[in-house]
Design a protein around this ligand. Structure first.
Ligand code: FAD
Length: 355
């Protein structure tokens, strides 16, 4: 039977769950204090990668399910989803390639550098590296003697000890969140911004069912003491010439450079704090580390964004429960640093809990 459903939250988790439900014909409304760009989701780099979310035995299947949906969406350019080569590095030692990454074609980088090189031996593993890191896809024989890209010099590899490469979906949040909203509107859903609840029982009683996608807001909304604020800050800069791969290193200091179609996101930070104010010193540190690794000139910073990754110590919460007024609630929050990566897998599981 079709239900009248209220989704609380309009970040990536709420929008995705709402799309799944609305496209199945449910009478659906979203209520949220903030929508899309103004949420943590709007601050994310939004590359597919299971990071800072627990537990692995649930996170990996959700992530793999999401991967498939996003690959399909990448064939539809207006979605803002594209496929990108991800170069994941370690500063510490030999990086372990997880089994799930191998299953998606991940392979070890023979030379842990992110940059071009002045001369390369034809047919060496380094040839392969040069081709993909700079986006200059040429026949192998033409690689010998390739000059460096103008602002990507040799030597950045000194930062890293090892790495692996794989192809993953990337969501341009400036497009993707609006795309989800448009799908919702087309499916007849209503979206109400500026609605802040003290408790889920405050949701209009004419709704039979509530889906809680409040992100870190769940800490106060449902008094979940397990939620930890993992604050992240990024700097958005103009596109970097010839950087076509995402460059990521999770070892301290956390760094990433994610080229999007129209700009590039530099990160990052991950600290225990719920301070949403931009910290100028963090931006300086982020830009300094990224420019050092990428060996580029100091870029103009177009924007700085802060978001609170909703990390949940006991694991991502996709559960069915009962409100004090007897209505059913389905929780879908606590996705930590992987809300985009888990979005479709978690949304579908949340929906499956309804019946
Ligand atoms: C810097 C940074 C980089 C990141 N990079 C990536 C990445 O590359 N890949 C990836 O997968 N993930 C990434 N993440 C993590 C990802 O952003 C989060 O996991 C995701 O945004 C969580 O989405 P959400 O919809 O659950 O929560 P949010 O986006 O926080 O949305 C919560 C919604 O609930 C609403 N709400 C909260 N409380 C209430 C209330 N009381 N009443 C009404 N409404 C309420 C809010 O207004 C909002 O609409 C990153 C995060 C940060 C900060």
């Amino acid at each position: 039977m079709k239900k009248r459903i209220a989704v609380v939250g309009a970040g990536v988790s709420g929008l995705t769950a709402a799309v799944v439900l609305a496209e199945r014909g449910h009478d659906l409304s979203i209520f949220a204090e903030a929508i899309g760009q103004s949420t943590t989701s709007g601050a994310a780099a939004a590359i597919w990668f299971p990071y800072d979310a627990e537990p692995a035995d649930k996170v990996i299947p959700w992530a793999l399910e999401t991967y498939k949906v996003l690959v399909d969406l990448s064939r539809d350019p207006p979605s803002g989803v594209s496929m990108i080569e991800l170069r994941q590095f370690s500063r510490a030692g030999e990086i372990q390639i997880p089994d799930w990454a191998r299953s998606l074609g991940a392979r070890r980088l023979h030379h842990p550098s992110i940059a071009t090189t002045t001369s390369v031996a034809t047919g060496s593993p380094r040839d392969e590296f040069v081709r993909s890191a700079t986006g200059r896809i040429r026949p192998t024989g033409e690689l010998a003697g390739l000059r460096p890209a103008p602002n990507l010099a040799e030597g950045a590899g000194d930062s890293f000890k090892s790495g692996f490469v794989m192809t993953v979906p990337l969501m341009d949040t400036t497009i993707y969140l609006d795309y989800l909203r448009e799908r919702l509107t087309k499916a007849g859903a209503a979206i109400h911004a500026g609605a802040r609840f003290k408790a889920l029982e405050d949701v209009d009683p004419t709704f039979d069912l509530v889906i809680n996608c409040a992100g870190f807001g769940a800490k106060t909304l449902v008094h979940d003491a397990d939620l930890e604020p993992h604050r992240g800050q990024v700097a958005i800069i103009p596109k970097i010439d010839n950087l076509t791969s995402a460059v990521v290193c999770d070892d301290a200091p956390l760094m990433y450079a994610i080229p999007r179609p129209h700009d590039c996101i530099l990160g990052g930070t991950n600290e225990l704090s719920q301070d949403l104010v931009v910290d100028a010193a963090s931006t300086t540190r982020i830009v300094a580390e990224c420019t050092r690794v990428l060996q580029i000139d100091n870029p103009r910073v177009l924007a700085e964004r802060v978001g609170i990754r909703p990390f949940r110590k006991s694991g991502v919460c996709v559960e069915r429960d009962c409100l004090r007024d007897g209505r059913t609630v389905i929780h879908n929050y606590g996705h930590g640093g992987a809300g985009f990566t888990l979005s479709w897998g978690c949304a579908r599981e949340a929906v499956s809990l309804i019946s």
